[in-house]
Design a protein around this ligand. Sequence first.
Ligand code: KIV
Length: 298
Amino acid sequence: MSTASIPSGRKKVTTRIFRQKKAKGLPITMLTAYDYATAQAIDRAGLDAILVGDSLGMVVLGYETTLPVTMQDMLHHCKAVARGAHTAMLIGDMPFMSYQVSVLEAVRNAGRFLQEAGMDAVKLEGGRERREAVEAIVSAGIPVMGHLGLTPQSVHQLGGFQAQAKTTQAAERLMDDALQLQAAGCFALVLESIPARLGRWVSERLEIPTIGIGAGAGCDGQVLVTHDLLGLFDRFTPKFVRKYADLHGEMARAFSAFAADVESGEFPAVEHSVEMPDEDWENFLRRVDQNPQPTLAD
Ligand code: KIV
């Protein structure tokens, strides 16, 4: 649960609200955040959920993949997000090797996201091979969001960041994995980079909501990596991203303008400066004249 208090008139989003939205055919909205200010902006915009994704590793920490991200990295950023968000459901992404080694470790690490970092739920990648871990985490009272399709922690096994489930067999396997994760107790599933008609097919057959990223309009909700949406990450832009801003360009413009103003003496101006009463200033000058300060050379 977020450490920030809930403003009056707005309800904390829970797994129950996710289920209700699916039942009513209302789309679920989710974005990623990794810091206080962004979490605050997303929360104020009224989105249903904030995912502290391990995409942190690529878009904030500058790694080539998500694999180097640690529990410590994730907890640090989850805590910042929890301070900024009041109503959105907060979901912490379990990093590579925090849930694969043993079910015991998976439960313990999942618990840290709620107990130490103010998250409401966790997300982890993988299908049938994660069933036991999901069941154990859920039975510890921790809501779990699954993640199928392009699962970036398996980038080396998948042979790159490519669309998945494009063959008959792969689509069948994905559908079966989705049913297994649902049976294991997941409250929702992320479907990443799969054919749109498969995204719709799976969404229509599951009782739990699906949140698509590059999985078409037939999913029960949509998520994007905020740095992609804002145009803040310029190394590459996946096909499924719609850019709503060019903050990288805007930042570069603002930084050059600042440097130019400092170099020309335009900044800081009088309105950015602090004044003191004339009388105190004159007293000060008189006193330093009478008692010159020793210099370093003395
Ligand atoms: O880490 C992340 O941001 C994610 C989203 C792409 C769903 O897993």
